[in-house]
Ligand binder design. Structure first.
Ligand code: C5P
Length: 404
């Protein structure tokens, strides 16, 4: 079976010289079984004609919101929702910037804004435009965006006569990236994972609790990445203020306390292929919850007796079967590697993700994280500081490799 059999791919073309190579890309996509719909910006017609593109794609090419002569409406919503992937190649500095900031002054950009499908962005421009801080910033914005892959421009001779980075990768390379994308997308089909996320709250009285600053961002990003690759996900989340994932293969279980989190995890663990414990669980809880709001009058101080909470990761570590994979997190301040390795063993994890509070931009609340993965053989893999969505990709890649 061709590797892109039945895949609906929207190819968006903006106005750069590399546009002349897109008919070759379209041919390759069709050869692999894809159905291609082309949208081009008005300016790109100077580089490649709609007639050439409609001939190779075997479909009308859209560029405007409606046909001047007939008034026929090209619904950007219809186009946006009816595809498995959008590829924008070449993406000029101008289109890149508009995508980064959400402008929609042509059909291509409106479709981009409206599509729930993943997007592969292929920047191509002259070396100085590519290296400009504004362009690099826009590339970073798009790379950090969920479901976006930005291909790096290649080094070489440019249309201007200059040499440097800015060339669009060849159609064969873009095709390989597209095939890889769909392989990755389905790599966890049929698997089920549990992800714990956010803080747990331990009630002191009806209005107060012991909690922590966990935002849930890391756990949510992992749940979304697993779901993107086809897994069924049970996301067991403490109270957070970020939006819940919307993928249909993520079931959100909202819990408050550690014991509630344990109950849900215990229920779904036996049928799961593994669990990622990204929640910041309260280690202790009040021995008893006071039935009415504690008053401050007549009290110089207040003592609340705490008892230990169950360790969810360790509990699952005790009952896990050979094939199940468990992953923990260690947020450390001192002796980071040693402490993380100890947790890996005591909780019987397959690997542990260490983030140090000493690293700027890592840990609670931030959009970024800097991690080191330590596995059972004490192999350490250090990753650079990146957006939590990209960190989630690294963690899930590691997990997928273990499953092989
Ligand atoms: O021992 P520590 O809390 O540092 O371990 C962190 C790891 O263990 C995290 O993966 C966290 O989600 C998990 N954990 C847990 N239940 C607890 C405490 C931690 O699942 N009670």
């Amino acid at each position: 079976m061709p590797s892109l059999d039945g895949k609906k791919i929207l190819v968006g073309i903006s106005g750069g010289i590399a546009a002349y190579k897109i008919p070759s890309l379209i041919r390759l996509l069709i050869k692999e079984g894809a159905e291609v719909q082309v949208i081009q910006t008005p300016y790109s017609k100077n580089f490649i004609t709609p007639l050439t593109l409609s001939t190779v794609s075997q479909k009308p090419v859209y560029s405007d919101f409606f046909e001047q002569n007939t008034g026929d409406w090209h619904s950007h919503i219809g186009l946006a929702r009816n595809c498995d992937l959008m590829v924008i190649a070449p993406t000029t500095a101008n289109t890149l910037s508009k995508m980064a900031y959400g402008q929609a002054d042509n059909l291509l950009l409106a479709v981009y804004l409206a599509t729930p499908a993943p997007v592969i962005v292929v920047p191509a421009m002259d070396v100085d435009m590519y290296n400009h801080p504004a362009t690099q910033n826009n590339i970073k914005i798009l790379s950090d965006r969920q479901n976006h892959i930005v291909l790096e421009a290649e080094e070489g001779e440019l249309a201007s006569g200059l040499t440097g980075k800015g060339r669009m990768p060849e159609p064969e390379t873009i095709l390989q990236e597209i095939i890889l994308f769909f392989q990755k997308k389905n790599s966890l089909n049929g698997k089920t994972f549990i992800v714990t996320a956010g803080p747990t709250y331990e009630k002191i009285d009806p209005v107060r609790f012991i909690g922590n600053f966990s935002s849930g961002k890391m756990g949510f990003a992992i749940a979304e990445e697993l779901a993107f690759r086809g897994a069924e996900v049970h996301l067991v989340s403490g109270h957070v203020s970020i939006p819940y994932p919307i993928q249909s293969n993520i079931t959100v279980h909202k819990i408050m306390s550690t014991v509630e989190m344990l109950d849900v995890v215990r229920k779904h663990f036996p049928e799961s292929d593994g669990a990622i414990f990204a929640a910041a669980v309260a280690d202790f809880r009040p021995v008893s919850t006071i039935g009415s709001k504690i008053k401050r009058e007549n009290k110089a101080s207040l003592e609340i007796k705490l008892e230990k909470n169950p360790d969810i990761a360790a509990e699952m570590g005790k009952i896990k079967k050979d094939k199940q994979i468990t992953v923990g997190f260690a947020l450390e301040m001192n002796n980071e590697l040693l402490n993380a390795s100890k947790k890996l063993i005591s909780k019987n994890l397959n690997f542990i993700v260490l983030n140090s509070l000493k690293d700027k931009g890592a840990g609670f609340g931030t959009d970024t994280n800097k991690i080191t993965i330590i596995d059972k053989n004490n192999k350490k893999t250090v990753f650079e500081l990146k957006h939590k969505r990209k960190v989630a990709e690294d963690i899930v890649n590691y997990l997928v490799d273990l499953l092989k």
